[in-house]
Design a protein around this ligand. Structure first.
Ligand code: FE2
Length: 376
């Protein structure tokens, strides 16, 4: 037991980019006020903080919402001549920043930029009466960025520049969503390996799993994926690229409608997926459905599971097992009109993998949606 502790400490000491987890995910959207309402009413987030003209921020409005360790920021431009407006014009609503909590944002920026990262924001000190946040940032795939957030000297609601925000008349119950499990990026043809190299060399990540087009293909379409993980495993970024098939890959559809590379899905963890998905569904979140025949031989494939089969079948929840345990997962439909960003709900019961056994059923479900949109 002591050996493990010593090994973990040694790993932290030699990690040039120690990450404490996901700090927040920031979305650039056409209407932040309404998007915030959607994440509160449909997903069970609570109002946390607001920044805009009333707090001295003149070009944007941002709403931070929180559920357990998950923090989302919905940001919109207030005027046309503005990089946020340009981002929304180009991509529609989407993820701008995958922000990572670090013990030292200055060091994070120095260590990554000296290894080749393109700077987005030099280390910047933000202060208010509640203390100080140091923030820096680098570019990753497409127009997406990683912000490094150092908040050990901050006690306010969210960040300097924000004021606490709540509505005493609107406090939707939470849905049991706990933290970001992983965030997946879709990149262009032949771009997966260059981005794998970026995460290895610039951020010190390891490639922990790889899937080729044999693993992830249906009769019609295919993709390839490699899972990148920070040294301590707190941050995981799978990277997908399209692969040749008879018809158009879901990754190609994403790239076409997002107008470039970007975040495909954010996976949010729960400890009770049946309750979480029931709650989300009753509040209007739509999920992909696999055929009920998926459940006919499920227990033969995955062995004993603690959950009753009936609610899993009813809700369309998928199950997969690896040699460490099993996981339950379900994917939403895209959460905007473009077929781009969606969410995954995941409950891990020992398994550290990503549901390889479900890929075929899942991608056939996605293809049915693509077909309905005329994009297959
Ligand atoms: Fe996922």
């Amino acid at each position: 037991m002591n050996t493990k502790t010593i090994t973990d400490k040694a790993a932290i000491q030699t990690d040039f980019l120690p990450l404490e987890g996901t700090d927040y995910v920031e979305f650039y959207v056409g209407n932040a006020k309404q998007a915030a309402h959607y994440y509160m009413s449909a997903f069970g987030f609570q109002a946390l903080a607001y920044a805009g003209p009333e707090t001295g921020v003149k070009d944007r409005a941002s709403y931070a919402v929180r559920q357990h360790k998950l923090t989302f920021v919905l940001t919109t431009a207030l005027r046309t001549d503005n990089p946020i407006a340009d981002h929304v014009y180009r991509h529609g609503d989407g993820v701008k920043a995958l922000s990572l909590r670090v013990p030292d944002a200055t060091s994070a920026w120095e260590e990554t930029t000296k290894r080749g990262a393109k700077s987005y924001m030099e280390p910047t000190r933000l202060k208010d009466n509640d203390g100080e946040v140091v923030m820096s940032g680098i570019h990753t795939y497409g127009d997406t960025i990683h912000l490094f957030i150092e908040r050990k000297n901050y006690n306010g609601a969210f960040m300097p520049g924000y004021r606490p925000w709540n509505n005493p008349y609107f406090k939707p119950a939470d849905t049991g969503l706990l933290y970001v499990d992983h965030c997946v990026g879709n990149v262009g043809w032949n771009q997966m390996n260059p981005w794998v190299k970026f995460y290895e060399e610039v951020m010190g990540f390891k490639n922990i799993l790889s899937f080729d087009d044999e693993d992830i293909s249906t009769e019609y379409s295919a993709l390839m994926s490699k899972v990148m993980s920070s040294g301590n495993g707190f941050v995981k970024f799978p990277i997908n690229e399209p692969a040749e098939g008879k018809k158009k890959s879901q990754v190609e559809e994403y790239l076409e409608f997002y107008n470039g590379e970007g975040c495909q899905h954010v996976a949010m963890a729960t400890n009770d997926i049946v309750k979480t998905v029931s709650d989300l569904q009753s509040r209007g979140v739509e999920f992909l459905k696999v055929p009920t025949s998926y459940y006919d031989d499920l227990l033969d494939r995955v062995g004993h599971i603690d959950e009753d089969l009936a609610p899993l079948r009813e809700l369309g929840i998928l199950v997969d097992r690896d040699n460490e345990g099993y996981l339950l997962q379900l994917f939403s439909k895209p959460v905007e009109d473009r077929p781009t960003l969606f969410f995954e709900i995941i409950q891990r019961k020992g398994a550290k993998s990503f549901g390889k056994g479900n890929f075929k059923a899942l991608f056939e479900a996605i293809e049915r949606e693509q077909e309905a949109r005329g994009n297959l």
